[in-house]
Design a protein around this ligand. Structure first.
Ligand code: UDP
Length: 329
């Protein structure tokens, strides 16, 4: 089986690449390297450096390879930036995904695993969040992903393109000796660990007056390895059953910002100074996944809890304080 992995040099994509190779899939990574890291890829992974806005290159890639399916990770993900520069996000996430889907249909590749997001649900009207919870994104990033889900549905109806959309909650942790390296970093766990490394003075807690047990936001953190396990199950299913589907992908457990910081203090042995700060715009108080559907239908089970997530991330950050800039084999 041969899989095209877009965004395969990004945080989640690079973990998927390792697992695909481990499971004997043939792969080609298509990544612009705008945010991805060449060094996150193992030597045996074939990398084509390209942007999804390059229709000619994309088409040639499909013509020259007999792909069985696509895993589509490539996207811009920074919520704050999406509000300031929506054009950039609609172009890269929506228009470029349209390019990809058109190239797929043209070349008769009709299976895709899509990286979707909990941001579809905005301020959810129920917790835990199931697949049928109302989709009402409150930021541009979430809206781009919702539009893509709708596009996928229409492409299925019209062109028989089958997809599985996996809606990630808060992916974190590290595996395979690689890890998370965003620039700029905005995610809580890597930021907390950068404080422990001495790279930042303190962590700001965005809002301490939410109506949660300790006043800070609650999120559902899922280990990147569990996330990738779900991708492998989804890929197998898609290749065999040829049916489109959507799954929410989280641990089903919520942790507050304060609990994350506390766990990181225990794991790292560092006091990790934290200061109260004002709420970040667009942050719902609680996001917790109901992942019953994927557990039942794909037999997926999350294996790792918060401790393992933070421990694995800490191992990566300690060894690679400057991310992929140095010390990666
Ligand atoms: N957060 C925080 N300080 C930071 C970064 C994040 O308090 O420096 C909070 C943020 O408000 C949210 C949670 O940590 O409640 C997780 O944020 P992250 O950006 O990691 O993921 P998101 O839930 O936005 O996808």
């Amino acid at each position: 089986m041969k899989i095209l992995v877009t965004g395969g040099a990004g945080y989640i994509g690079s973990h998927a690449v390792r697992r695909l190779l481990q499971n004997n899939y043939k792969i080609i990574v298509y990544d612009s390297l705008v945010n991805g890291h060449k060094k996150s890829l193992p030597a045996e992974a074939e990398l084509v450096v390209g942007d999804l806005d390059d229709k000619e290159k994309l088409n040639k890639l499909f013509k020259e390879n007999n792909f069985d399916a696509v895993m589509h990770f490539a996207a811009f993900i920074e919520v704050g930036e999406s509000m300031k520069n929506p054009a950039k996000f609609y172009r890269n996430n929506v228009v470029n995904t349209l390019n990809l889907l058109e190239a797929m249909v043209k070349n008769n590749v009709k299976k895709i695993i899509f990286s979707s997001t909990a941001a579809l649900f905005g301020y959810p009207d129920e917790i835990p969040i199931s697949e049928s919870t109302k989709k009402c994104p409150v930021n541009v990033y979430g809206r781009t992903k919702l539009i893509i889900e709708q596009m996928l549905k229409d492409f299925d109806a019209a062109y028989n393109l089958k997809f599985i959309a996996l809606r990630y909650f808060n992916a974190a942790g590290a595996d395979f000796g690689i890890g998370e390296d965003h620039n700029p970093e905005t995610h809580l766990i890597p930021l907390v660990l950068q404080v422990a490394l001495g790279k930042r003075k303190e962590i700001k807690i965005f809002g301490t007056d939410y109506s949660t047990k300790d006043g800070t936001c609650i999120r559902d953190y899922i280990h990147v390895t569990d996330l990738i396990n779900a991708h492998m199950l989804a890929l197998k299913k898609l290749l065999s059953a040829n049916k489109s589907n959507y799954y929410n992908l989280g641990n089903g457990k919520g942790y507050s910002v304060k609990e994350i910081i506390e766990t990181a203090r225990k794991v790292t042995g560092h006091p990790i100074p934290a200061i109260k700060s004002k709420r970040r715009a667009g942050d719902p108080a609680v996001l917790i996944a109901d992942s019953t559907k994927i557990q039942k239908e794909l037999n997926w089970k999350p294996k790792y809890g918060l401790n393992e997530i933070i421990k694995s991330a800490w191992e990566w950050h300690k060894k690679n304080p400057d991310g992929f800039e140095e010390n990666i084999n």
